[in-house]
Design a protein around this ligand. Structure first.
Ligand SMILES: Nc1ncnc2c1ncn2[C@@H]1O[C@H](COP(=O)(O)OP(=O)(O)O)[C@@H](O)[C@H]1O
Ligand SMILES: [Mg+2]
Length: 346
């Protein structure tokens, strides 16, 4: 190993001795195995093949029986393109694949549902001590965290509804999904603090003091907020339960892929989400020209880094770079076979 290579691995905190050990263990015949988790979450940065992986998993699962829902919460979803069928905000059957349904959730729809579910309750309590229009509910809905909070809630509702045997979730690129796991709670704390503040303020005026309390028999705003908090806690516990949820992270063997994966995994750890497998996509298996040989040796260096850092934590699989883009059923099927049957050859 040359000095340049040593420096390369050292920059990832890996000794050359370790790299040699990994190098000997080139053949990795891992295939993807999923247990019986009801929700399969696919994370990773944009452009690494998340949607393709989610589509392949959903197709594979539906081919093996059961009713499967694939959903995307990416603000720029591409499920419709990959399945070559228009998908909407509601589960829609995917033609030619019995048992497979797809949906693309927009933030507008999430907020609409949130408003439908909580709007009247919020309006009722707030209007009891402050003069506000119903539009105020929209204002609350625009608070940071609301959308993420309710998206999680909504997805867990779909999972628990029993309408589908399994739900495959093509998450939004990294930042969004992570925010989603960290924000719930923050918003509620703000709302609670603000409510206490206003209630104190109003209670200094005798007349308003009476109206700050809700009619008899009704819950106070603080009770309602604490109800939301419990709901949000339940959703977080469900998503952290390994028996319910499988978490797959997709990456590519390139500098940006390695860096982003490091960040995503650290944040998943922080959110107590346990990763079931790491999928390294776009690997060049056969290099029959200078260009590809060069790229392949670059990829192998990152592959070794990935392997050294993560192989003791979860299985690492590879999927080769195809000459074609992955679009339409037969391509998705091929991708699924690589993942579930052939396994990695690196
Ligand atoms: N193994 C692969 N070989 C060739 N093309 C791929 C492979 N995986 C993904 N692609 C292509 O790369 C592009 C991005 O993939 P996509 O799944 O949409 O990424 P993401 O959802 O992470 O943004 C798509 O055009 C897809 O067809
Ligand atoms: Mg995508």
């Amino acid at each position: 190993m040359g000095l340049g290579q040593k420096t390369f691995y050292a920059s990832y905190g890996i000794s050359s001795e370790k790299v040699n050990r990994v190098e000997k263990d080139r053949v990795n015949s891992n295939t993807l195995t999923l247990e019986h988790q009801r929700l399969i979450m696919i994370g990773g940065k944009g452009g690494v093949g998340k949607t393709t992986t989610a589509a392949a998993i959903a197709l594979w699962l539906s081919r093996h029986g059961g009713k499967i829902l694939i959903l995307s919460s990416d603000p720029a979803p591409s499920l419709s393109d990959i399945f070559e069928t228009p998908l909407k905000d509601i589960p829609t059957p995917i033609p030619m694949i019995p048992g497979l349904f797809g949906m693309e959730i927009s933030s507008r729809e999430v907020l609409r549902r949130w408003k439908e579910c909580f709007g009247p309750e919020i309006y009722e309590v707030i209007s009891s001590f402050a003069r506000v229009d119903y539009d105020f509910v929209d204002y609350i809905g625009s608070a940071p965290g609301i959308e993420e909070e309710y998206l999680l809630n909504y997805i867990m509702e779909l999972v628990q509804s029993g309408s589908y045997d399994r739900v495959v979730w093509d998450t939004a690129p990294a930042g969004h999904t992570l925010r989603l796991l960290q924000l719930p709670g923050i918003f509620l704390e703000h709302l609670e603090a603000a409510t206490k503040f206003y209630m104190n303020l109003y209670s200094t005026f005798d007349k308003l003091k009476a109206s700050a309390k809700l009619q008899k028999g009704k819950r106070t705003l603080l009770q309602i907020i604490s109800g939301w908090r419990e709901l949000s806690q339940r959703v977080i516990e469900l998503i952290q339960d390994k028996r319910n949820v499988a978490v797959l992270v997709v990456t590519i063997p390139e500098a940006l892929g390695v860096k982003q994966t490091e960040r995503i995994l650290a944040e998943f750890d922080e959110s107590n989400l346990q990763v079931n497998a790491l999928i390294v996509n776009n690997v060049i298996e056969r290099a029959d020209c200078d260009f590809h040989q060069h790229r392949q040796s670059m990829q192998r260096r990152y592959w070794r880094v990935i392997k050294e850092v993560y192989e003791h934590r979860f299985p690492i699989l590879t999927v080769p770079l195809s000459a074609n883009e992955i679009k339409g059923l037969s391509q998705i099927e091929m991708f699924a076979q690589l993942l579930f049957e052939r396994g990695s050859i690196w």
